[in-house]
Write a protein that binds this ligand. Structure first.
Ligand SMILES: [Zn+2]
Length: 394
């Protein structure tokens, strides 16, 4: 669906004449007839301007500023292709398939500059456009600094999700000292197909995505799958908050720390993850911490194990060394020093040292579980596997 927003600029032009302003705002004989945008989410955003003047209009430019986290305030300038005439209509299509997409709710400020052959220049007042996914009828609910948008399911569904968000943020703060500083927006699509249809070139398995630069997350949650949704919302929210805190031009976080924090904030490990971890301990096939600093394997069993180990690593760091150390580590990670030096500086060991300490920790946990069992042989192993958490204490 295309949403058309019309902004008549003649009033703005009149104000420009009445109010003493900089010379660039002087309109001369130029009159903007209409300016509007068309949103074709997620692929395109069209900007259209019609203007007339007493002499030929020779130059039309569009200026845009996207409201997102960045290292510098960047204004884009687009020179539109027009034939000089006293009446021109200029159109520019922002093709997101070429530039990469933006999440729903992104605010874009834009304005026009029009020049005629007599040297008159009209610069319009900036207008803020909200780039919404207009294909769905969104409802919204707000709690504290979080706004949740959804279009399928009743209000209780939305309330349950936003409550999980608040609880997740509290847990994140209690565990790491990291809190949100800006309002967060959460878009709940009715399922993962709807979510992916709102993204540019998504991965086929994408179920949720965090947009740290835009302070926004989007997830596909079916009303019949709330339990998964509650965990995923906290997982993505943690990525969002941690990425904003550690935003830096030098290094991404090691993947085990990034994913481990997101998994830890979800709560205890689910049985499937827990089983992969206990099997790897038993078979001595744990992945090294150094390997887990890089993107995880695409093979499902190794990916499961990587997430489970990351959860365990972060659990150990927080529970053994405390939230202040974790906050310190995250802060140090933004300073451009490598992972080994960051760990050494905060904890006194590098990645290999962490690996050693953590292996002792999980092996001891595994032994404790074993010793708790009175069974022997195969029965004992099966019993331990059955008993292993859910609680994710590994
Ligand atoms: Zn994740």
């Amino acid at each position: 669906m295309i949403k058309k927003t019309k902004i008549l600029l003649s009033v703005i032009l009149l104000l420009g004449v009445l109010t003493p302003v900089s010379p660039s705002l002087a309109a001369g004989g130029i009159n903007v007839i209409e300016s509007f945008t068309e949103v074709e989410f997620p692929d395109k955003l069209n900007f259209i301007l019609s203007a007339e003047s007493d002499s030929n209009i020779t130059d039309v430019r569009l200026f845009m500023y996207v409201d997102r986290l960045s290292y510098a305030h960047v204004t884009s300038e687009v020179l539109l292709d027009i034939l000089p005439d006293r009446h021109v209509t200029a159109k520019w299509a922002w093709d997101m398939r070429k530039t990469g997409g933006m999440p729903p709710g992104t605010n874009i400020q834009y304005w026009w500059s029009v020049l005629d052959a007599d040297g008159n220049v009209l610069e319009t007042q900036p207008v803020t456009l909200r780039y919404n996914d207009t294909r769905f009828g969104w409802k919204s609910i707000r709690q504290s600094s979080t706004t949740l948008y959804w279009y399928k399911g009743d209000k209780e569904f939305a309330e349950e999700l936003i409550s999980a968000t608040i609880t997740g943020l509290e847990r994140l703060y209690e565990s790491t000292g990291v809190g949100i500083t800006d309002p967060v927006e959460i878009y709940i699509y009715a399922n993962s197909n709807d979510l992916r249809s709102g993204m540019i070139f998504p991965q086929t398995w994408t179920g949720g995505v965090a947009y740290p630069l835009y302070n926004c997350i989007a997830i596909g949650i079916e009303t019949s799958n709330v339990e998964w949704g509650l965990r995923t919302i906290v997982h993505e929210l943690t990525h969002l908050v941690i990425h904003r805190l550690t935003y830096n031009p030098y290094l991404d976080l090691p993947v085990w720390l990034d994913e481990g924090l997101a998994m830890y904030m979800e709560g205890s490990l689910t049985q499937a993850f827990s089983d992969y971890l206990s099997q790897a301990i038993k078979n001595d096939t744990l992945i090294s911490v150094r390997s887990l600093a890089s993107p995880f394997s695409a093979y499902a069993h190794l990916s499961y194990l990587s997430y489970a180990q990351s959860h365990s690593l972060v659990s150990m760091l927080i529970n053994t060394y405390g939230r202040e150390k974790m906050l310190e580590l995250l802060t140090v990670m933004t300073e451009g020093i490598d992972y080994d030096d960051a760990l050494e500086k905060v904890y006194g060991f590098d990645m290999d040292g962490l690996d050693e300490i953590w292996r002792d920790y999980v092996n001891q946990k595994y032994l404790d579980q074993n010793n708790a069992s009175v069974l022997t042989g195969t029965d004992r192993v099966l019993a331990v596997l059955a008993l292993l958490p859910a609680s994710g204490s590994l």
